[in-house]
Ligand binder design. Structure first.
Ligand code: B16
Ligand code: MG
Length: 234
């Protein structure tokens, strides 16, 4: 079964970003990067950390170094990125299933009950470890993470690969994202998008909500339908 909402869209699959949509790992990334900054001799703030959301590990390090005004060779960068990941994993490996963000497990189950394809589209190379610790791996039909793709969001590669693995067309997919670059990636992939977070930052999404707890497949379809009707020619 597929879920049809309007003549213009037949929903067949949902693609989920991980950090900020399914789980809040940003705080663990923050404390790990803060330790690296301390070691390099500068202060890294929570506001600085906002710039790293949805960004790959190595690009995150480059942004951190720009903030600290530090320039390093590639070998040192690789070693520091490895060190940050070891620090990050110390927190991640303690994660428990109740750290799934409110409503995420229920929404994934609702997608399953409606026979929608379910994919993960994350920049993280630790995605499978995190899904296993949260005990939600079985809810995904396809897992596309930082180990599988080479181009970072806003490039659409991660979501296009997800649609291909799920066997659906991009125009039949909805992406759930908390980062501006992720919404841009969804648009570049010709997919619908739901922003999770700040409407000012995620304004390009089809609609924005504070979290998956506010959504069911039924309300998602209704919202997309209302939007399609608004956009229809008079
Ligand atoms: P890792 P997402 C992203 O996850 C994080 O938002 C970002 O802060 C992190 O640098 C990136 O994953 C890479 O993570 O170091 O675990 O490979 O939002 O794309 O799910
Ligand atoms: Mg994210």
């Amino acid at each position: 079964m597929t879920v049809e909402n309007t003549n213009s869209m037949m929903l067949k699959a949902c693609l989920f970003d991980l950090d900020g949509v399914i789980v809040d790992t940003a705080r663990y990334h923050f404390v790990a990067w803060r330790e690296i900054a301390e070691e390099l001799g500068f202060v890294f703030t929570e506001e600085d950390n906002e710039k790293l959301k949805g960004v790959s590990r190595i690009r995150s390090l480059e942004i951190l170094l720009e903030i600290g005004g530090i320039s390093l060779d590639d070998e040192s960068k690789t070693l520091l990125a490895q060190k940050k990941n070891s620090l990050y994993l110390q927190y991640v490996l303690k994660m428990r299933p109740d750290e799934v963000l409110p409503g995420a497990r229920e929404f994934l189950t609702d997608c399953r009950n409606n026979n929608l394809g379910i994919g993960l589209g994350s920049a993280s190379k630790n995605a499978t470890t995190i899904l296993n610790l949260l005990q939600i791996t079985h809810l995904f039909d396809a897992i596309i993470d930082g180990n599988k793709v080479t181009k970072a969001k806003p490039d659409p590669e991660v979501f296009l690969t997800g649609a291909r693995e799920l066997g659906v067309l991009p125009q039949n997919c909805v992406v759930f994202e908390d980062a501006k670059a992720g919404i841009e990636a969804a648009i570049a992939a010709n997919m619908f998008s739901v922003g999770i977070g700040d409407p000012v930052i995620l304004g390009k999404a089809n609609f924005v909500t504070s979290g998956l707890k506010n959504l069911s497949v039924k309300t998602l379809i209704a919202k997309l339908e209302r939007q399609s009707n608004r956009n229809a020619p008079a």
